[in-house]
Design a protein around this ligand. Structure first.
Ligand code: 4AD
Ligand code: MG
Length: 477
């Protein structure tokens, strides 16, 4: 292909009267005269002005919505409002047609549900292209944050034998013939004949291996895909999602909370600073949707204002016990409006988290020191013997974005907890040995990447912030 200039570069430093060649996809062709061309390098389109008398009618007919074209011409100051510069077309070549009689996308507002079925085309829309530029930028900012702060990026395995969270929601990995499974004498599947000689699954978290890294390199983080076979059809759950897990030697639960708050504020600031155009489009989209909604259903603030508010204010920090007390003295509880009763000893439900974040404090909240009975085996037991040094970071509109804890570093306490919770020592012998030989206090957490992207882009459904969502019953593309 011949050389092209990217639209982002043209708009950054326009050179008037320069001859340029651009290639991209047609977002609109108005009045047989104005082509809005987008090449993905920026949310902004380049306007190309066509003098139809200079072109074959049959050619111009092919310049349709989302067709791919190459345009050569002269860059000039724009005559119209809405853009500073435009290109006067001298040559147009249709590289890839998109016959409007057959092409499934139409130049009108399409529902997110419809676009999900067209995942091979949806990145060409304004909204989704903005989301995926921002998603990229958040990934980059994550690596930058940890690199700049002296952490090492650690690749933890995708295939593992252990269930880090102990929730049993794992996808099996096996090469055994499902139609003809080898059996042991007592009738169970004989995994010793499987590829790895044992039962394996896709990882639910890289944490346990990240702890190995922290106890040698001091500060590490993982950033990889994780898999959960939970049958949750919600706007916050995916079966395949990405997680960032920092793990730090010598940190306690308070250091862990400080890190979590500093980290997510950094990510939000990075996008506010570097991606204002994409954020503006996403903000406007929400305003358009909410225009016709009742006031009480609208978000309390616009997208950009919400992001600013989060970075400018301290997160609220409370204990689980405080949270339960607050919930039990709340209006919705007294009026019987909660579906689940907030009682000490049971996990906070989404409705409880939302009340704390959106009604009571109206900002992000970090809840810590949860009862040990519904938290993972590795969390450090507090002196009360009842709670563990766990923390969840709760965000408005999303709920839990981060889950983490100080880890149990005492060999005897960990061993007892594993027994209590039925975690097999045989599988995690190395995890126990980390406590026996050169162990130390340490802490970490997991940030759900897609939930963070959801918060920053303001998208309602997690399926619209990952290019190819995996959810129960859906693995197309
Ligand atoms: O709270 P979780 O289960 O914590 C862990 O896995 C720990 N091992 C992390 C650690 O301490 N290193 O998951 C962490 C985060 C959640 O707060 C949530 O944001 C996200 O991962 N998450 C999901 N995101 C999308 N879909 C799902 N099914 C998710 N499950 C958890
Ligand atoms: Mg959690």
């Amino acid at each position: 292909m011949s050389r092209r200039t990217e639209i982002a570069d043209i708009l950054k430093a326009p050179k008037i009267n320069e001859k340029i060649t651009v290639m991209g996809w047609v977002r609109a062709f108005r009045s047989n005269r104005f082509i809005a061309l987008n090449d993905g390098s920026t949310i902004k389109n380049l306007q190309a002005v066509v003098d139809f008398e200079n072109f074959d009618e049959a050619l111009l007919k092919k310049v349709s919505f989302h067709s791919c074209v190459k345009i050569s011409g002269t860059l000039v100051e724009s005559q119209g409002a809405g853009q500073d510069v435009e290109v006067n077309c001298e040559e147009i070549e249709v590289i890839g047609e998109a016959n409007p009689d057959e092409y499934v996308l139409q130049p009108k507002r399409q529902t997110m549900e419809f676009l999900r079925e067209q995942a091979h085309f949806r990145l060409r829309t304004n909204t989704l292209s903005a989301v995926f530029r921002v998603r990229h930028a958040i990934s980059f900012a994550i690596h930058k944050y940890y690199n700049d702060n002296g952490y090492y990026y650690m690749h933890t395995p995708i295939i593992t034998g252990s269930d880090a969270e102990g929730a049993g929601e794992m996808f099996h990995v096996s090469t055994l013939d499902a139609e003809n499974l080898p059996k042991t004498e007592d009738g169970k599947v004989d995994y010793s004949q499987d590829f790895f000689g044992k039962e394996t699954n896709l990882t639910v978290s890289g944490q346990l291996q990240a702890e190995i890294g922290a106890l040698a390199l001091g500060k590490v983080y993982t950033f990889g895909p994780t898999f959960r076979a939970e049958n949750s059809n919600t706007s916050r759950h995916l079966a395949e999602f990405w997680m960032i897990e920092p793990e730090v030697a010598f940190n306690d639960i308070h250091d862990n909370m400080d890190l979590a708050e500093d980290f997510v504020k950094y990510l939000i600031n990075y996008i506010l600073k570097n991606y204002p155009d994409d954020l503006a489009i996403l903000d406007k989209r929400i305003q358009n949707i909410e225009k016709n909604m009742k006031t009480e259903l609208r978000r309390p603030m616009g997208l950009i204002d919400t992001l600013r508010f989060v970075v400018d204010n301290d997160f609220e920090r409370i204990t689980y016990t405080d949270a339960i007390n607050l919930l039990r003295s709340s209006k919705p509880f007294k009026k019987g409006r909660f579906e689940f009763e907030p009682t000490w000893g049971s996990d906070l439900q989404a409705e409880h988290e939302r009340w704390l974040v959106e009604k009571k404090f109206q900002k992000p909240v970090i809840v810590r020191d949860y009862p040990k009975n519904f938290k993972a085996f590795y969390m450090r037991l507090n002196d009360d013997g009842e709670t563990v040094a766990a923390m969840d970071v709760l965000f408005p509109g999303i709920g839990e974005v981060i889950g983490g804890s100080q880890r149990e570093e005492r060999h005897d306490v960990l061993k007892a907890r594993m027994q209590e919770m039925g975690v097999e020592e045989e599988e995690l012998w190395w995890y126990l040995e980390l406590r026996k030989f050169g162990g130390c206090p340490h802490a970490g957490f997991g940030l759900g990447f897609e939930r963070m992207v959801q918060f920053i882009t303001g998208m309602d459904n997690i399926r619209d912030v990952i290019p190819f969502p995996r959810t129960p019953g859906k693995a197309e593309f």
